[in-house]
Write a protein that binds this ligand. Structure first.
Ligand code: HEC
Length: 94
């Protein structure tokens, strides 16, 4: 009986810790995870998250990060990050 109880508690704490980690860490492979991993290499995420730009603006910024500043992303990844930023930090009501 002792073992069973301990097992249940262990399960509960692993489950809780897992749930918490999940809430903080976005799903791997999501555009958000990609953005957070790649766009925090040189400056804090507040740098892009503090701005509001339309698709044209985010395309210009992300392309500059990639081609000029050296952000290690493929063109496909750049497109996904642009889509994420337009959704999160696009013009209001858009
Ligand atoms: C290799 C380093 C590096 C990486 C990686 C990087 N940046 Fe930057 N970022 C910079 C530098 C250097 C500046 C300041 C010079 C400039 O604006 O180009 C900057 C400035 C910025 C600015 C402020 C200027 C503006 O145009 O509003 C934003 C927003 C930004 N980065 C977004 C991003 C995003 C989004 C990503 C991920 C796709 C990213 N950065 C990844 C180096 C980087």
């Amino acid at each position: 009986m002792r073992g069973k109880r301990y097992g249940a508690m262990l399960f509960a704490s692993v489950f809780l810790a897992g749930g918490l980690a999940f809430a903080v860490e976005p799903a791997p492979g999501s555009a958000k995870a990609l953005f957070e991993a790649k766009c925090s290499i040189c400056h804090p995420l507040s740098r892009p998250l503090g701005k509001t730009k339309d698709r044209k603006g985010w395309t210009a910024t992300v392309t500059r990060m990639q081609k000029v500043n050296g952000c290690p992303i493929t063109d496909e990844e750049a497109q996904r990050i642009i889509g994420y930023l337009v959704a999160e930090r696009g013009p209001k009501g858009n």
